[in-house]
Design a protein around this ligand. Structure first.
Ligand code: ZN
Length: 180
């Protein structure tokens, strides 16, 4: 749960980061930025800000914003019907991001939020900086995190069905409740 005031402030800050990264957006788009708390009610630590630019029955283009020291929790994009699941390429526009994927444990700069060992199981650390991009296959578990810089990223993917994403942390609910 987040309050309406928190939502408004987070949208303002996310829009500022997007514009500072050189991406031009309208005020209507700024006001449509989704603030996601994953039902954990602690979005400044575990959360993400999402601006959807394109969403058709086949593709999605989004701008993702992580505030400083914010973490997108570990998840994967499962198959839905005949669709094998979302394939996604994330490209960094500004700031630095640590991506965590399957492979040898090289976690060094990243931190497990609240010491939650079990729900951050991917420990291969990949530092991504502006112009770096990573393609995640359907079903591939991943989480990502920023430090002081925060980050602005593009996400290009096949159709996104965010509400069906699967999370390692069973306490997560993808739909954020806004309290007036
Ligand atoms: Zn993802």
């Amino acid at each position: 749960m987040i309050t309406r005031a928190e939502q408004t402030e987070a949208q303002r800050y996310a829009a500022e980061m997007i514009r500072r990264a050189g991406i031009t957006i309208t005020d209507a788009e700024a006001n449509s930025i989704e603030i996601v708390d994953f039902g954990l009610s602690n979005f400044e630590r575990e959360g993400i800000q999402v601006l959807t630019l394109v969403q058709t029955e086949r593709i999605s283009v989004k701008v993702l914003v992580l505030f400083p020291n914010q973490t997108e929790p570990e998840h994967w994009h499962p198959p839905v019907g005949n669709d094998p699941g979302k394939e996604e390429t994330v490209r960094v526009i500004s700031g630095s991001v640590y991506f965590f994927i399957s492979g040898e444990d090289t976690l060094k700069e990243g931190f497990l939020v609240g010491g939650k060992q079990d729900v951050y199981s991917m420990r291969k650390e990949v530092l991504m900086q502006p112009c770096d991009q990573i393609t995640l296959a359907p079903g591939e578990k991943h989480w990502f995190q920023t430090r002081e810089t925060g980050a602005v990223m593009y996400s290009f993917s096949t159709i996104a069905r965010d509400a069906l994403d699967q999370f390692t942390d069973s306490n997560i609910v993808r739909v954020t409740e806004i309290q007036d």
